[in-house]
Design a protein around this ligand. Structure first.
Ligand code: GDP
Length: 454
């Protein structure tokens, strides 16, 4: 599978920037760069050194650059590698990449640097996937969990446990070779203990996926309620606050995520907000069906009542609709508390509504507290092993099922060949998780989701 191509790509973000970083990896990375670099002879330089010079296309100077040299095997990919820091104009980046291509490099595919790091044994598959997660981390918690996984996390432990299981698998298989003879190389008690040990390790990992999924993907949230209840006003109030927080930090660019707020380290993604943004008055009322459809997309629903223009009967009618919903967490919000009818206030107070004024940005704090209380967030501690990938979750679940069958088989003393089959399955799923077993499809599927240059 090993290729000797040298790949090149822009590793930093697209667009104007002070500095851009172009990365090469492959057997000839240093030699190719050396052909277009005027400065020291890069082939003569030690690993992990930095050199000033110019990149040229013939006599044309493209830019003044800094070149970092990494010699195999001491690089991210374990191959010879180069990082060129140039001025961050897209034109410069394009010209430099062009001249590198002309001299023997080829453009990298998405995720190809990380894929090479995996194929060359620098990291296991779960670690390689964590590189992608780390880059895409939208919250500090997501960053922390991805970093933990990239540094080894649970996949290292699983690889060790898998090795132990392989040992037993080979003993059981050996018994099978003896056919009718009644031999037992794999001590059943030891095998059972190992299987139980693995189950103890992976059961909490499987359970952590609920939380992991939330950390990685956020909580899909919908603001629902009748027209004019103040949905878009509330959405804007929450998002504006978020923007203010983000841009308050000196030196940060304002590149917050659209339609998302972060509370307690968790991203709440407002889904289906397009309709709310229509500035023209929506004359026809949104039908119940449409409302339900929107709410179905969410794990959390902020349901707004217009306390200035609603009657108790109307609230009760809407409540009847809401109680029919299952699954999502629903927070009832009484909006327009500044103009609320007095008799309504008594009624909703008794009902544990959160009372706010979206227009006056009043009581947004208590609303956020309520949201956090309802989603029951658990604090992530440094070192917690948390599964954030659906792929890992599925493979752990399948491993668990196969191991349950092994335990059952041991209890009922079924024949060795059936036990061997279930052990093989468990090994297969564990192997796919860590990357000990891979297929091209699996790798393509994982790495094609990466950006080029990662
Ligand atoms: P939507 O149709 O549910 O998205 O409702 P809008 O956000 O467009 O709000 C409808 C009207 O209610 C607008 O005129 C808002 O200014 C007004 N409104 C929203 N929130 C409040 C509030 O807290 N108090 C008052 N008095 N008016 C509000």
């Amino acid at each position: 599978m090993q290729t000797h191509d040298t790949i090149v790509a822009l590793a930093s973000g697209q667009g104007l920037a002070a500095i851009a970083l172009i990365r090469l990896s492959g057997h000839d990375a240093i030699a190719i760069t050396n052909k277009v670099f005027k400065g020291k002879d890069l082939l003569e330089q030690a690993s992990h050194t930095l050199h000033f010079g110019t990149i040229r296309d013939g006599v044309k100077i493209i830019d003044e650059v800094l070149v970092a040299v990494f010699k195999a095997p001491h690089s991210f990919t374990t191959e010879n590698a180069i990082e060129i820091s140039c001025h961050g104009s897209p034109v410069i980046v394009k010209e430099i990449i062009k001249v590198l291509l002309k001299n023997g490099a080829r453009l990298a595919e998405p995720g190809e640097f990380t894929k090479r790091a995996f194929l060359n044994g620098k990291m296991d598959l779960a670690q390689a996937e964590a590189v992608g997660d780390l880059i895409h981390a939208e919250t500090d918690t997501a960053r922390q969990v991805a970093l933990q996984q990239m540094r080894g996390g649970f996949s290292k432990d699983l690889a060790v446990l898998r090795e132990e299981l392989i040992h037993f698998a080979s003993l059981v298989e050996l018994e099978l070779d003896f056919g009718e003879e009644d031999v037992e190389f794999a001590k059943r008690d030891d095998l059972r203990n190992l299987v139980i040990k693995i189950q103890h390790y992976i059961t909490p990992l499987i359970a952590s996926f609920d939380q992991g999924n939330v950390i990685k993907n956020g909580i899909p949230t919908v603001i629902a309620g009748k027209p004019n209840s103040g949905k878009s006003t509330l959405l804007n109030a929450l998002l504006n606050e978020e923007r203010a927080i983000v841009s308050d930090i000196p030196g940060t660019t304002r590149d917050f995520i659209e339609d998302e707020i972060v509370l307690g380290g968790i991203a709440f993604r407002f889904v289906d907000t397009a309709g709310l943004r229509e500035t023209t008055d929506i004359v026809e009322s949104i039908g119940i069906e449409r409302t339900l459809e929107r709410m179905n997309k969410a794990s959390l629903i902020l349901y707004l009542y217009d306390l200035a223009n609603t009657s108790i009967e109307e609230i009760e009618a809407q409540e009847a609709l809401l109680t029919g919903l299952s699954g999502a967490i629903i927070i009832r919000v009484g909006n327009k508390v500044d103009k609320a009818k007095a008799e309504l206030l008594n009624y909703v107070n008794a009902k544990e509504f959160v009372l706010i004024s979206a227009a006056q940005q009043q009581s947004l704090g208590p609303l956020k507290d309520k949201i956090l209380e309802k989603v029951n967030r658990q604090e992530v501690k440094q070192g917690d092993a948390i599964v954030t990938s659906l792929r890992h979750y599925q493979q752990l679940t399948q491993t668990h099922e196969a191991l349950e069958r092994v335990l059952e088989g041991l209890m009922t003393e079924i024949s060795g060949d059936l036990i061997a089959m279930d052990i093989r399955q468990a090994l297969h799923y564990l192997g796919e998780l860590t990357g000990a077993i891979t297929t091209d499809d699996l790798l393509d599927n994982i790495f094609s989701k990466f950006c080029i240059g990662k």
